[in-house]
Design a protein around this ligand. Structure first.
Ligand code: ZN
Length: 95
């Protein structure tokens, strides 16, 4: 049985790579019983979705009206997002 810390690590990892069936099973079983981890999992999924939406908007060059971002700031964010999505596409994890 995994503890909360291991579940948190696994949940974070699940955003970058596919978990094995066994890992997924343990994650689900733990989350069903543990309110804390359930909340954590929900939060990181929400953050992931927000990042994906932001990346999509930046790629479409559709920044919100009245945005105070300079051209340079925008370019920096775009580069960071591109690097991030490229890293994710490669399935690699740097650590
Ligand atoms: Zn837990």
């Amino acid at each position: 049985m995994f503890n909360c810390r291991q579940i948190a690590e696994m949940a974070s990892r699940s955003l970058d790579e596919k978990l094995s069936l066994w890992q997924r099973f343990n994650l689900i079983m733990h989350v069903l019983m543990c309110k804390l981890c359930r909340g954590f999992l929900r939060d990181i999924r929400r953050i992931q979705q927000a990042c994906q939406q932001l990346a999509k908007r930046i790629n479409e060059d559709d920044c919100s009206p009245g945005s105070e971002l300079s051209q340079e700031g925008r370019e920096r964010i775009r580069t960071a997002v591109r690097d991030y999505t490229r890293k994710n596409d490669a399935g690699g994890r740097e650590e």
